[in-house]
Design a protein around this ligand. Structure first.
Ligand SMILES: [Fe+2]
Length: 670
């Protein structure tokens, strides 16, 4: 009789434990063990438990291939989340770990493999090859592509999050926190709204203070005090929620006829616009993509959208400052060029219009499209094409956690025909989809790689561009980590070319996910280790750092509503001299819209209570010491970056900590 000692680890989140019957069978090269009911005295499979059992077999099983787990109902159905199983074969042989990290629901059976990562060519056993095929077949039936809307990346076929399998759903704590937080924020702010609606006036910018929530955001408070200052406007182009919009300008666009005289007063006497254009100190924000986007109608009232151009100057003493703003793309008598020397309210309103365009571009394009939707393509393709034993599945899985559910919730609650965008945002309704479709048409794989993004925008010279500096450090660390991992599992470029699962994965990404994108620039085959490493770095960088950079500051930059208004209720001004405070207040979001803007940006931007930081792998898919060492090396590098960023920020009034590794989540979960 052969005796195998095993341990079975149950999940740590709520409702992971079960009182149902659990059976285990060990499957070896030379046969199967007894099908054994796992039953110790007392309760088995409690939440967080690691229970020990003995499994016997009449004859030696040879090399262990699989562990089969079966769950059977005991009176009532009770789902079980199994983390892993370890097996110690007789004779003190090496302990084997079989990662599971799956739910068993109903009368369920799963077979799990030992943790050593294997590409297809490394598997010779017919049984294991069949296991790979079955797993993929099942996943392809479960996770199907669907076109939610044309002209944007395709996504998972699920009408709501309830259609998703439990394995990709939020755990119970996350779900209740998510739902509670939104209700709490909306309720809290609707009470404020009520107090104002039936109480005092809403006719001065100071009135926004009455709904302003401090909520432990020093940046939001700083914003409230400094938002009118030109340097602060410039700072947000570099380190705000949308740090990828600013470009160097070496020649003025023809539709933006700024003259030297207009901007001379913003520059030291010894220089001029021409000189500064040549010196590379002039920058541009161009929101051409907003032109003609249909504006929302909210409660019967039309909202308004502009497509501004804003010129900025890297001033030797004052830093980056805006020096000219035109609110539409076509110059005319009705679209004056606003200047800092104009009446203060005129200049302020012009800047607000730029910031309003910024809200739309940052939410719909930089955040939703370029992180959430891009990463969903990787999620679906990875689930469909890579078995759990594949090294690239193991590498990516932690960076794809919860993304399908948050995106489903986004589609049903945020951008749906009656979602939050429709209720309060100027691009709500048809606008946001058209906006996303325009960006998607010109989206390039190159622009998802930070070093190219910065060089293509010509922004390497800009000082105090903390986002750039931190993003490059993280990119470097991630790229080096994934290259090490790729080198561990692929000896040569041919190994990459000859991995049919990997090639099916890249085809799924390019042909099923990123459809209708002839200029995207990502080939549908992977021909080298370097190509694979870069693609993995793009996926991990986008799902971690880039998402954190655009998501986590939402409340900080938008809580003070005049700084980043979600909608505008009057058209852009055409006469600089006619601008009054009354007009500004009638233009900015009303009390109700402002309350929702604060509530939703708080809900989506706040640190998640169950966040797993970048590089921390709560689920240990890799079990080999070589892979674990590389993960440890990556963590050490992240620790160094953490210290470097903290040093960089020491003593700064306005700190840039969005890319602090401990604050960057390992995947898009919100
Ligand atoms: Fe997000």
């Amino acid at each position: 009789m052969e005796v195998y000692s095993i341990t079975v680890a149950t999940g740590t989140s709520e409702y992971s434990g079960t009182n149902n019957y659990i059976y285990v069978t060990l499957v070896g090269e030379r046969g199967e063990s007894e099908r054994t009911l796992l039953d110790n005295p007392g309760l088995d499979f409690c939440r967080g438990a690691v229970d020990q059992y003995r499994v016997t077999s009449k004859a030696p099983l040879g090399r262990l291939l699989l562990v089969r787990l079966e769950k059977e109902k005991y009176f009532v159905e009770d789902n079980w989340f199994c983390r892993y199983v370890t097996v110690e074969p007789p004779g003190g042989n090496k302990l084997l770990t079989f990662p599971c990290y799956r739910w068993l629901i109903g009368n369920a059976k799963v077979e799990i493999r030992e943790g050593a990562a294997k590409t297809l060519v490394e598997d010779s056993s017919a049984r294991l090859l069949q296991h790979r095929r079955n797993e993929l077949q099942e996943r392809q039936n479960t996770f199907r592509w669907v076109t939610w809307a044309p002209g944007i990346p395709r996504c998972v076929d699920a009408k709501t999050e309830a259609d998703l399998p439990q394995d990709v759903r939020f755990d119970n704590e996350k779900r209740s926190d998510f739902e509670h937080s939104l209700h709490y924020a909306l309720l809290e702010l609707s009470l404020k709204k009520l107090a104002i609606t039936f109480g005092k006036s809403w006719n001065d910018l100071e009135d926004f203070k009455r709904i302003f929530w401090k909520l432990r955001s020093p940046i939001a408070e700083y914003c409230m005090d400094h938002w009118k200052e030109d340097w602060f406007f410039g700072y947000q182009c570099l380190n705000g929620s949308n740090p990828r919009m600013i470009k160097r300008c070496t020649k003025l666009p023809e539709n933006f006829p700024v003259t030297s005289d207009m901007v001379q007063s913003s520059m030291p006497a010894k220089t001029s616009l021409e000189k500064e254009l040549r010196a590379g100190n002039i920058y541009l924000l161009d929101y051409a993509i907003m032109e003609g986007i249909p504006a929302n109608t909210i409660k019967g009232k039309p909202q308004f959208i502009a497509a501004p151009l804003c010129l900025l100057y890297q001033h030797p003493d004052e830093g980056l400052i805006p020096i000219a703003i035109q609110l539409e793309q076509t110059p005319s008598l009705d679209t004056p060029i606003f200047l800092p020397r104009d009446p203060p309210l005129a200049w302020l309103l012009a800047k607000m219009w730029v910031r309003h365009a910024e809200f739309q571009v940052f939410q719909v394009l930089s955040h939703l499209l370029r992180t959430h939707l891009v990463i969903e393509v990787f999620c679906v393709a990875t689930l469909r094409q890579l078995p759990a034993v594949h090294p690239i599945y193991k590498l990516l899985a932690p960076h794809l956690r919860y993304t399908l559910e948050i995106n489903c919730r986004g589609r049903t609650q945020l951008i749906s025909p009656n979602g939050i965008f429709k209720r309060v945002v100027s691009t709500g309704g048809d606008g946001l989809l058209i906006l996303a479709q325009r960006e998607y048409k010109v989206l390039t794989y190159r622009s998802l790689q930070p070093q190219f993004d910065f060089s293509d925008r010509g922004v390497f010279q800009l000082p105090n561009y903390f986002y750039r500096e931190n993003a490059l450090m993280l990119w470097e660390a991630i790229h080096s980590f994934v290259s090490d991992m790729v080198n561990l599992y692929y000896r040569s470029d041919q190994d990459v070319q000859k991995d049919p699962e990997l090639q099916a994965w890249i085809r799924d990404i390019t042909e099923e996910g990123f459809t209708e994108l002839p200029k995207f620039g990502l080939s549908n085959t992977l021909s080298s280790k370097e190509e694979l490493s870069t693609l993995l770095a793009v996926a991990i960088f986008t799902s971690t750092a880039q998402h954190a950079a655009t998501n986590n500051g939402q409340f900080d930059w938008c809580a003070w509503v005049p700084n980043t208004p979600c909608t505008m209720r009057l058209p852009p001004p055409s006469d600089k001299d006619a601008i009054t405070m009354e007009m500004i207040m009638a233009t900015l979001p009303d009390v109700g819209q402002s309350c929702v803007q604060m509530a939703i940006t708080w809900h989506l931007g706040r640190a998640q209570p169950d966040a797993i930081p970048l590089g921390q792998y709560a689920e240990e898919h890799f079990t080999e010491p070589t892979a674990m060492e590389l993960i440890e090396k990556f963590r050490m590098k992240l620790k160094e970056i953490e210290e470097q960023i903290l040093d960089q920020n020491a003593g700064l009034d306005l700190q840039y900590l969005f890319l602090l590794p401990s604050r960057v989540e390992n995947s898009i979960t919100i």
